[in-house]
Design a protein around this ligand. Structure first.
Ligand code: NAI
Length: 790
């Protein structure tokens, strides 16, 4: 065909990227890779290898070591041994290592991009222009955090040895998201890449050698889920960071619940792509192409649910179909290909099965008439319309080039539909009205919201989910905090297991004395459903009163009240501060009387101190309420990203036994200051103290339902709170056993659990008992990306 003829048809010619350099690199390694442990290549101890294949042809690329528990153990030992020297380096020296990694990634960018495309099937255009540049940017950005570590995170220390498990959809990028902050914070890592896509992690291992990164700081062990499991259960790992399916995330949470390991999870999503009638439809359609057909739709934050305003649905659907017909599906090394190959046969089958299920449930399926290559794993871009919001294709992550479309009439309906998901990773909002877009963004339950844009990422902006999309952030300051801990907390002694409670259960029908405290639910004092109380004894064994024995029904009522008390999160931070100041004022008016009662339980000296510190602590959080601001990030695009600190929702709190008044306020106040509502189980030793607080709350203008208090047997009530899907966050203070129970029982809705890990916190010391560390856990960050310019 002549140029003139081509010009007439505008047909694409082939434009293959040259893979020679990457193939030479593979050959240099004899296409057989061991693990990268302690700075060297090591053959797997059990001698097993597996194949990694090119999904666009089905051909084998190389053999890769199958990691066993023994390999993981060797890698963890190497990481542990590397830590002292790595941490003894000056921040400047660690920063230089990260900087050198960034430079070297840039130097090998072509090799890395081609390898990624060969192993994963993604278009070279994406691996070359998106994945690899973002990888370099991540290391550059974190070289900066390494340099500023001591100034920006004073009195913080690295977690230690970090186990990192990553998926196959962005193999090198996920590696960078994990390794860069971990190293910047001074950790050593053992990373397990996904079994379908290990090659770029191995190429990165070689880069670590090239820049002379100290041996053992980065270890790469390849293998499948069993290798990941060995890493998760290894006793000498201090933190696990995981990205992948929600199902495996749950399994990891279960496996780590009985340990001290910190955990961050970046899981699946079913992100809404909301298009309002006033949006620039052509731009929105282009956005949609990036939203759902980028990386074959194998993107955790893919805009897989299209929500169209009804008035434009027909017109928009036609435009989307027209654009779909121009998408080019084919060999991913071709530079003019839009959609490459699906990563593995099992993934292709999964996509096909889910689409068929969607059609069986009533969806209409539309695919363009394009011809797929005769070999390799390809799937046509697919539009499912008439999708019912409860249908499997509207609720489950398909992880393929499949868009499920629905309509809405009003912004309110759009928000309801968008939030009708167990997930909460990302969302796109398209409207020319900035007011509408920002208003909708603020109501979406998602960690990232892109306005008139989609799939924008930057190392300076935290990325991560709400709800079952996981917790923890990658990128920016929040991302660094995932790999750091307060120094004092690392050294805190274990909390002794308290002797079993001396308080006996009694039938309230026969009260022995008249001082029976009630539950506090929805702003009202109510009797316990069980009808039973517990006799509370003081230090000298004297009966001080009776505390109700709350049960499942009481907790259910309290959770409902907490969920309905939405006024608290909506009110201004200034108002929240005013209520807290007022609370301090009202408590101080009754300080003497409360102090006397508390003294009977904990002694005069402790009671006096508890009251005094509680009053200052309330003042502290009243002060913080309107000062724990978010940030505005400046990513290197024509966007700002507004990082908003948002409340998590309804929080369950298990209060410490030994510091009845101060312990209650220490845990409840940061949650309140952040705008959460609370269901608290007060101190087992002296729950009666909360009875004195009801009036304080009532006279302080605290909206009904903001604080709910259910006294009872803490271990029983903790179980109910942990298993309750209406509770979004659980804070638990207790011995190791209690903390493990809190983590193990809350796997259902993957609620965010924060415990003292069985360690002792000195509540009387402001450095330990209040401030940013608490507030960071009381919030979740939402990044709203707002474009500017024409
Ligand atoms: P996966 O969650 O099984 O794999 C992710 C990583 O976890 C891999 O490195 C794997 O080897 C490892 N792994 C598997 N089982 C493990 C265990 N018990 N303990 C520790 N590590 C373990 O994801 P998979 O099977 O590759 O894909 C299944 C589905 O998951 C996809 O169809 C998609 O819906 C979803 N997915 C979501 C991702 C996301 O970023 N949100 C990424 C990959 C998959």
């Amino acid at each position: 065909m002549t140029v003139i003829e081509k010009f007439k048809t505008m047909e694409y010619g082939p434009a293959p990227e040259d893979p020679k350099e990457s193939l030479l690199w593979l050959d240099r390694h004899q296409r057989r890779f061991g693990h990268f442990i302690n700075g060297n290549w090591q053959a797997p101890i059990a001698g097993k290898y597996f194949e990694t294949n090119d999904p666009s042809t089905g051909e084998k690329i190389a053999d890769v070591a199958q990691g066993s528990a023994a390999d993981i153990d060797a890698a963890v030992k190497a990481a542990r041994a590397a830590l002292p020297e790595w941490q003894a380096l000056r921040p400047f020296d660690r920063a230089r290592c990260l900087y050198a990694l960034a430079r070297q990634v840039q130097k090998h960018s072509r090799r890395l991009a081609v390898l990624e495309t060969l192993d994963n099937g993604k278009p070279i255009r994406e691996s070359r222009d998106i994945d690899v540049p973002l990888v370099a940017r991540h290391f550059y950005h974190h070289a900066g955090w390494a340099q500023l570590l001591e100034q920006e995170f004073p009195e913080h220390a690295a977690c230690g040895v970090v186990g990192q498990i990553i998926p196959w959809n962005f193999p090198l990028l996920m590696l960078a998201w994990k390794i860069a902050p971990a190293l910047a914070a001074g950790n050593a890592v053992v990373l397990k890449p996904a079994e379908y896509t290990p090659l770029t992690a191995l190429a990165f291992a070689e880069i670590c050698q090239e820049i002379s990164l100290p041996a053992g700081v980065v270890n790469i062990v390849t293998g499948d889920g069993s290798t990941g499991e060995a890493l998760v259960t290894h006793p000498d790992v201090d933190k696990i960071a995981f990205t992948g399916s929600t199902e495996v995330g749950r399994a990891i949470r279960r496996a780590t619940a009985t340990s001290h390991k910190r955990l961050s999870l970046e899981l699946g999503g079913k992100s809404p792509f909301i298009i309002f009638e006033d949006s620039d439809l052509d731009s929105a359609v282009e956005g949609l192409v990036d939203g759902i057909w980028f990386n074959q739709g194998q993107v955790c934050c893919a805009g897989s649910r299209l929500l169209m305003q009804e008035s434009i649905a027909q017109k928009l659907t036609r435009k989307v179909q027209d654009r779909m017909s121009t998408l080019r599906v084919g060999p991913p090394l071709d530079k003019a290909i839009d959609i490459g190959a699906i990563v593995a046969p099992v993934q292709l089958e999964r996509i096909d099965r889910l689409v068929k299920q969607g059609i069986a449930e009533g969806a209409t399926c539309w695919q363009p008439e394009i011809v797929l290559p005769s070999r390799g794993l390809y799937y046509k871009p697919t539009l499912l319309s008439n999708v019912h919001p409860t249908s499997v294709v509207a609720q489950q992550e398909i992880f393929g080039p499949v868009l499920a479309a629905m309509t809405f009439r009003t912004p309110r309906e759009a928000v309801e539909l968008a939030n009708n998901s167990a997930y909460g990773l990302a969302a796109s909002v398209w409207s020319e009205s900035i007011n509408v877009a920002l208003d909708v963004a603020s109501q979406l339950k998602a960690g990232v919201v892109w306005i008139n844009g989609t799939n924008l990422f930057d190392a300076s902006c935290g990325f991560g989910g709400y709800r079952e999309s996981g917790y923890g952030r990658e990128g920016g300051r929040e991302g660094m905090l995932e790999y750091l801990e307060p120094v004092w907390f690392k050294k805190a002694p274990p909390l002794p297991t308290p002797a079993s409670s001396p308080n006996a259960e009694i039938d309230v029908a026969n009260p022995t004395i008249d001082r029976t405290v009630k539950l506090y639910i929805g702003g009202k004092q109510v009797r316990p459903d069980s009808g039973y109380s517990i006799e509370i004894r003081g230090k000298n064994g004297r009966i001080l009163g009776e505390s109700p024995l709350g049960n499942r029904k009481d907790i259910r009522n309290a959770v409902e009240a907490a969920r309905q008390a939405t006024a608290w999160s909506k009110t201004s931070a200034h108002n929240r501060a005013q209520v807290l100041y007022y609370m301090a004022e009202n408590l101080s008016l009754r300080a003497r009387e409360i102090g006397e009662r508390l003294a009977a339980a904990v002694g005069t000296m402790q009671a006096g101190e508890e009251i005094a510190v509680t009053l200052t602590r309330i003042f502290s959080y009243a002060a913080w309420a309107d000062k724990f601001d978010g940030a505005v990030h400046n990513p290197p695009f024509r966007n700002i990203a507004i990082a908003m600190n948002e409340p998590i929702g309804a929080a369950g709190v298990l209060c410490p036994a030994c510091v009845p008044l101060l312990g209650f306020f220490t845990l409840v106040l940061p949650l309140l200051a952040a705008g959460n509502t609370v269901v608290a189980v007060p101190s087992e030793t002296f729950p009666l103290i909360t009875g004195d607080l009801y009036q304080v709350f009532e006279t302080s203008d605290l909206p009904a339902g903001t604080i709910n208090i259910v006294p009872g047997r803490p271990s029983e009530l903790l179980k109910i709170l942990a298993e309750h899907d209406g509770i979004d966050a659980l804070w638990c203070y207790g011995d190791k056993a209690i903390c493990c129970t809190a983590k193990a029982l809350s796997i259902g809705n993957l609620k965010q659990v924060w415990t003292n890990e069985g360690r002792q916190i000195d509540f009387f010391d402001a450095r330990q008992g209040e401030g940013r560390w608490f507030l960071e856990h009381a919030h979740q960050v939402k990044n709203i990306w707002v474009p500017y310019g024409e």
